[in-house]
Design a protein around this ligand. Sequence first.
Ligand code: BEZ
Length: 217
Amino acid sequence: MAEEEIRSLPRIGEPAPDFEAPTSRGPVKLSDYNGKWLMLFSHPADFTPVCTTEISAFARRYGEFQARGVELLGLSVDSVHSHIAWTRDMAEMGAPVPFPIIADLDMSVARRYGMIHPNESATATVRAVFFIDPKGIVRAILYYPMSLGRSVDELLRVIDGLQTADRLGVSTPADWRPGSEVIVPAPKSAAEVETPEEARAKGYTYHTWYLRTKPQG
Ligand code: BEZ
């Protein structure tokens, strides 16, 4: 990959690269998702076993993404006709696919998003996930290899963590789950450091001066 292309790959906190692309449900462009959360994800290929389990799982649990205001948009380097035939198979297996899948035959979107990892495959996308917020900013990125199917629970946990951080101005600890304690911002100066008693009086759990948690509320 050219140095210039690598430097322009999307990073957390940057605007998601624009695109316009054909999908299994008609053309889409990034701006169609302005004002909404978007989970843009790639899979290596249609009609392959791990991908079938993933897309079926995303389809079966689509309502949980919708409940969080998140749209789903898939991508692979297969054609629109391939996507249509494959999603019909999944519908027959009990998982109608309610979201569009980009047919990125020329890999233009995949390259722009760094979804091609040549040592894994030069001709297919890895299992990438981009979480894009309503302002079009990339908020989290996940990459999985060909052999490892993604966890819907973890994808939903990422969304819950991002949305909770935005809503409450907090961060979330390791293995956080919705409903468990969140992390209060660390003091920014010595003057802001609290004693354990002061922290507890505010309803915080005091672990140490720079780690205090509180109920999500
Ligand atoms: C799969 O989804 O099963 C798969 C796709 C590409 C390479 C290896 C496995």
